[in-house]
Design a protein. Sequence first.
Length: 568
Amino acid sequence: MTDAEGDSFAVLTTAPIFDDRLYFAEALLLQDGETDELVDSRLTVAAKESGIEDPDLFLIPRPVLLDISTALSTMSLRSDQRSSISVHSRETQSTTFTSLPSRSSRDKSPMSRMPPPLVRASFSVDRNDAIPESPPSSMRHRHSTSGFPTSLSLQSSASSVQGQSARKHKRASALFSMFRKEQSACPSRSHHSHHFKPQSPKLGCGHSLSKYAIRVHVQEALERKDGAAPSCCGQPMPREVLSIVLTSAEIDVVADNNLPSPDAASLRDSGYSENGLSNVDLAHALFTDVLVSEPSTIPATPTYEPSEADEARLSSALESETFQKLLAEQKEQFRRVSAFESHQRTALSANHQHRLKRLKAQLETSKIEKVKQHVQQLERLDEFQLMMEHDLRNAQAMETQNVATALKYIEAYCLGPNPAHEGVIYAVTDEDRRKLERQRMIQEKLPAKHESAINVLRGKQERDTGVRIQKQQMELDQLHADYEKEKSAQELQYAKDSSQLETIIQTRRSKITRRWDLKFEIWRKNWENENESKLYGTLQHGTWPEATDTDLHIDPSSSLAIYIQSIA
């Protein structure tokens, strides 16, 4: 890859890979401005038109669906005033309470001194069951895991509402109570509360229960110590009725209700459960475990053993053209989304390789530039050393000449007076002769002295050169260290991006799967409306293709294609 190519791809980032707009356009084939929320809203409208009461339950993640467990925990908290707080909580539960009751105190807690709570309060959590045309309440998605704060707020709200309406309807209720059907034969409190539109078929006892009433019966069964299944008027409720508010796994749990209850005396005395679990924790743990272990899909029909006619009807329906077309659309979308996911992974890997390639190229370029600088530095140092040696030799030559001149004059002086100069008369002493000898020795030792000075200079120059080369090597080593550091940072960032991408992929797949669950349920409802008969059984769904089965070819017009080109 040339420098020009490197510059053209230098601005690549991972932002386009994680861009939802690209996912909407290439994977979901949505128009500009459309989002998956818009698709969900359209699908919800279509589901309601088909007769599906709560289509939102299909589209929200399964762990959020804690309505049943929260409602049951809330009812358990209100019906059993013996335990004011779970043993696992050591904090205040409301702004009204400033501290927990003492273990040694036998006084009733503020909760136990409150007026008997109304069962109707729990109904506000699922008020959509009675008023399907109203929008889903946001409260159902914000329940606490213990159910305690929510129950207090619901109790307060329900108490105030009933307090205002009780006086208004008291006389009317007494007046018209004589005309109502006698229900005292059934001890369940569901028949002595507010009535709503029945949702279940008529039972053997003659009652037809709403979703709220069914939940009350389930809660009463959980509160009983005999481990009996939910019943109405002493007759067990069929699974078809329980499936209106419970999943198959939850039905299996409540049908085999043999879990031990905490000691009532210890709960009443201390406010804590000495045996480990209170009724609140028991109901919450029971349904939380069930919900966590459940798959992400929601059962579309009541669970029961289909007959041969039901199986034949289902087989015939699955072979219909409309269902096969819907199944083909699902498989095509799964294939397209899987291909887009493969393109994302490929683009992310290509971007990672491109960045590593750029780091390697930058290292090589920096090394070349550094080597050039080092060569120039050594050349300048060598020139400086040559000049130093040249100057030293010039100084030594001058010294040699001066010593020779001095020796010549001393020798002439020691030879005696010059006959040419008759007026100059002097006597040569022993001191003069010693000076002559010293001068001769200086001249004899001068070459060795000069050679030693040259050697000292050259040794210093060699040390300077060695230090310079060592510094240059340290600079090259630092370049490699910086490269390894940036490479490790890039590897770590790639691992984070890959993990983030896989999380996004799983979230998107889960959302698409839930969306198709609702689409198949819409098809089921439409088929039942057209054929005026129930369709029992599991509808065949498409499966996500393997990564090797998807098309790895990226369209050149795609925004992800540039990442592949960056490593070409």
